[in-house]
Design a protein around this ligand. Structure first.
Ligand SMILES: Nc1ncnc2c1ncn2[C@@H]1O[C@H](COP(=O)(O)OP(=O)(O)OP(=O)(O)O)[C@@H](O)[C@H]1O
Ligand SMILES: [Mg+2]
Length: 511
């Protein structure tokens, strides 16, 4: 990249305080036209806060912002947009009932002389921008019918149609499949070639080193440094992020415990019709033993989340048997599942797992599961506070106190609170669905270690993850799924990413 060109955006000495925390302290960074800048750091390091300041959603307490060499105020999202700064949030700003075209040009639709919308032109103009990013869909399709990845691309198309100069993406890859991630990274590359600047936040370091020109690392709200990616060693990057080297992060013990008797047994589990997630399960047979971690690998739509939800009683089953410790259990609701000793850390923490408007303490509390439990669980506040403190330390949950509202925690720390709540419930069977989505690498190692510890204590763990390295790292045995069926079952020691990919894409045998 042209290193001599003046930066498009430069931040100097940005400080931002919230009650009880300094989210950013004296942070400076710059981004140039034609580059992708990675913004990295552990959960709670201040990444999202910094991006909110750049996008005009929040104002810094101190510091200056320069845009193309001139001091600028970005007091509102509108002011930021006027300069060509567009932010693509994880919760999309699309109107589901409108078409792709209407969403791309919302408020800016081309009009006829009569003042009515010029539909043919709207469709054409939309096609022009969507094609640039390889989104090959009818502009007249309703946004409601699009996948998460496609909706994200509509947001990018809208940014392009607005002649944006800087596109900000906060963890855009966390909800995407591997092929979708690859496509998004290619789009970022093309944006760079078109002379735009991109700021990209991710916890997956290979994505960052794969697409970024430079990375800026935050640690505890402070600038840990900015480095060109060329020649940057992974270990140095990790050290900048977490203050210690990768060597000291969790390494799975070489000797594994021998699994005990079967704790969770699933026979001929079937669903039908429309479940929340869509994929129908066809006769799933699966055993998870005491002390065993069974990883579930599969592409989006393979039925992994559906399996978790069906076992947990969150979706209705059409048939099949579930046994825990050799006894059949009737699981028709999450309440039944919890009584039977089955816990689920769901995939989407925001929608299914947290009460955002409540304090961490209440979210952690097993009483928060009261909606599932018919009998009252007597919670002694003191014991609860101690337990919360225990998990805050082991999971390194970054919060000012148990009284802090969950909505004000960083994304990764919200995930840790969900995890802590289920761990505190001490289930016999624990199902975790994408347990480290949005969790930073150090915390990820901690979560892996914790799952290992749980298994060591005899819990049967079923772990769903879209990241194959993660599945390989944590599992004793790995099941692959496709189209609602199991397509493979192998000991982790014999598994490789290639073998798993082959099984995940293998056409399932029709039962
Ligand atoms: N509105 C708020 N009120 C109080 N504290 C806040 C608020 N927003 C953020 N914080 C705190 O500021 C710190 C930085 O949060 P931020 O969301 O920027 O982290 P992050 O780097 O994006 O983390 P993650 O990787 O988990 O998304 C955290 O300690 C967070 O709890
Ligand atoms: Mg964040």
């Amino acid at each position: 990249m042209a290193r001599e060109s003046p930066p498009l955006l430069a931040l100097h000495g940005i400080t931002k305080r919230f009650p009880g925390v300094t989210a950013l302290a004296d942070v400076s960074l710059d981004v140039r036209a034609g580059e992708v800048l990675g913004l990295l750091g552990e959960n709670g390091a201040g990444k999202s806060t910094l991006l909110k300041i750049v996008s005009g959603a929040q104002r810094p307490d101190a510091g200056t912002i320069t845009w193309q060499g001139e001091t600028a105020t970005l007091a509102t999202p509108h002011q930021a947009q006027q300069r060509g700064i567009v932010t693509i949030y994880q919760e999309f700003n699309l109107v589901p009932d409108l078409t792709i075209a209407e969403n791309v040009f919302i408020g800016r639709e081309p009009l006829r002389a009569t003042g009515l919308i010029d539909w043919p032109r709207l469709a054409r103009d939309t096609g022009d921008v969507t094609r640039r990013i390889g989104l090959d869909l009818d502009p007249m399709m309703s946004v409601r019918d699009l996948s998460v990845a496609e909706q994200q691309m509509v947001e990018i198309a809208r940014a392009l149609s607005m002649q944006s100069r800087l596109i900000i993406m906060d963890e855009p890859t966390s909800a995407l499949s591997e092929t979708e991630v690859a496509r998004l990274l290619r789009i970022m590359d093309s944006l760079r070639h078109a002379g735009l600047a991109v700021i990209f936040v991710t916890h997956r370091l290979t994505e960052a080193t794969g697409v970024c020109d430079r990375v800026t690392v935050l640690r505890d709200g402070r600038l840990a440094g900015t480095r060109p990616v060329a020649g940057l060693e992974m270990d140095e990057l990790i050290r900048m992020m977490v203050g210690r080297s990768a060597e000291q992060l969790y390494r799975r013990p070489a000797t594994r415990r021998a699994p005990g008797p079967v704790r969770l047994s699933i026979r001929n589990l079937r669903t039908e019709g429309v479940t929340t997630h869509g994929t129908v399960l066809h006769g799933i047979d699966l055993d998870v033993r005491q002390g065993e971690i069974v990883g579930i690998a599969g592409l989006v739509g393979a039925g992994r989340t559906e399996l978790a939800r069906a076992v947990f009683g969150a979706d209705p089953r059409a048939g099949g048997r579930i046994e825990v410790d050799g006894s059949p259990v009737r699981v028709h609701s999450p309440r039944d599942a919890i009584r039977a000793g089955i816990g689920l850390v769901p995939e989407d923490r925001k929608l299914q797992a947290l009460f955002l408007a409540l304090a961490v303490r209440h979210n952690f509390s097993i009483a928060a599961l009261g909606q599932f439990l018919s009998f009252g669980v007597f919670v002694r506040e003191r014991a609860e506070a101690e337990a919360l403190e225990h998990y805050r330390r082991t999971l390194k949950i970054r919060m000012s106190s148990g009284e802090q509202m969950v909505v004000n925690l960083s994304g990764g720390n919200q995930q840790k609170v969900v995890l802590a709540r289920w761990l505190a419930l001490k289930p016999n069977v624990l199902i975790v669905d994408e347990p480290t989505r949005g969790v930073d690498i150090a915390a990820k190692a901690e979560v892996h270690e914790l799952l290992d510890e749980l298994a060591g204590n005899g819990i049967a763990v079923m772990a769903i993850s879209s990241e194959l390295p993660e599945v390989l790292a944590i599992s004793d045995r790995i099941i692959t799924m496709r189209e609602g069926r199991i397509t493979g079952d192998l000991p982790a020691a014999e598994a490789t990413q290639e073998k798993l990919m082959a099984l995940m894409t293998l056409a399932p045998v029709d039962a």
